[in-house]
Design a protein around this ligand. Structure first.
Ligand SMILES: Cc1ncc(COP(=O)(O)O)c(C=O)c1O
Length: 300
């Protein structure tokens, strides 16, 4: 790996496994740990670093001076990319969905302050950019520019996600994660032993596409995974009082901070499955906290 990336990674915190002490879990004879990727770094937290790391390495080895990517006005991915670009001395360009908001969201403001050039595009144009899946695919890409698809969802992202699995040093039966593009889920499925079940919780409504998107990222036919699509609370980034009070109670009990777009919804879904008897008694579950806590500012 590029020495600058090694240097950066050496500053990171430890993604511990936090055991959850909760009478509800005890009553259902379930053991739950949270894999605290939120603790890796205050900005490049959660799956962001895992997914970016090897793409950044490739970009640097190609002599890239500019990385271009896409995301929404609260994108954790672009936020992390802008920050890392500043640290590595790379130019960054963010293609943002919709019109420039006035005032800028706190996420966009950080990104601009870190030197990212923000290019706002219409929603249909934004959707079009989703067709460019490989680093060279963006039309008009100049020499020394590198294109990173939405959410950093590339095969190199999966390599970074696999490292998360290697770090889990306890026996467990089930691994849970939230899904946006599904790249993180695919990385987990590729990396675990076939005896482990991997459960994804869609953060978006109408996420039927995830099944084939995840399959297309996998290195083979696996049958140990499932995606739950009913815990989106009305759509991406939507919430309601039930989710808010679940998260508040969980945070109070565990002192683990949550955000409502991804990990909050996954945990709600997981608790609901436990309550419904989905898991066999004695199950050992590891749920990944994918970070993204900066996105909470959108709800202030
Ligand atoms: C905090 C957080 N968690 C989870 C995800 C979803 O990850 P993926 O797109 O790999 O499914 C994202 C978006 O990339 C995210 O920002």
């Amino acid at each position: 790996m590029h020495p600058e990336l090694i240097k950066l990674e050496q500053t990171f915190g430890l993604s511990a496994l936090s055991k959850i002490d909760d009478p509800f879990l005890e009553n259902h004879d379930i053991n739950l740990w949270i894999k605290r990727d939120d603790l890796l770094h205050p900005v490049i937290s959660g799956n962001k670093w895992r997914k970016l790391k090897y793409s950044l390495d490739e970009a640097l080895s190609l002599g890239t001076d500019t990385i271009i990517s896409m995301g929404g006005a609260y994108s954790n991915h672009l936020h992390a990319l802008a920050y890392v670009g500043r640290i590595l001395g790379l130019n960054t360009i963010g293609i943002i969905r919709g019109e420039r908001p006035v005032p800028l969201t706190p996420t966009l403001l950080d990104m601009e302050n870190w030197g990212m050039e923000l290019r706002f595009v219409s929603r249909p144009d934004y959707r079009h950019y989703r067709n460019y899946k490989h680093w060279q695919d963006l039309p008009g890409l100049k020499p020394h520019q590198y294109w990173l698809p939405e959410g950093g969802a590339t095969s190199l992202a999966l390599k970074g996600i696999a490292e998360l699995v290697d770090e889990i040093d306890i026996p467990y039966d089930t691994l849970c994660v939230t899904c946006g593009t599904g790249a993180t889920l695919a990385g987990l499925i590729n990396a675990v032993s076939g005896k482990i079940s991997v459960l994804g919780f869609a953060a978006l409504k109408n996420a039927g596409f995830l099944q084939s998107d995840v399959q297309s990222l996998l290195s083979g036919e696996f049958h140990n995974w499932e995606i739950f699509q009913d815990y989106h609370f009305g759509g991406f980034a939507k919430l309601n009082p039930t989710l808010v009070s679940f998260m508040a109670a969980f945070e109070q009990k565990t002192l683990i901070p949550l955000e409502p777009v991804y990990t909050g919804k996954m945990l709600y879904g997981l608790y609901d499955l436990i309550a419904k008897g989905y898991f066999k008694p004695g199950q050992r579950i590891v749920a990944v906290h994918t970070g993204g806590l900066q996105g909470k500012r959108g709800y202030a």
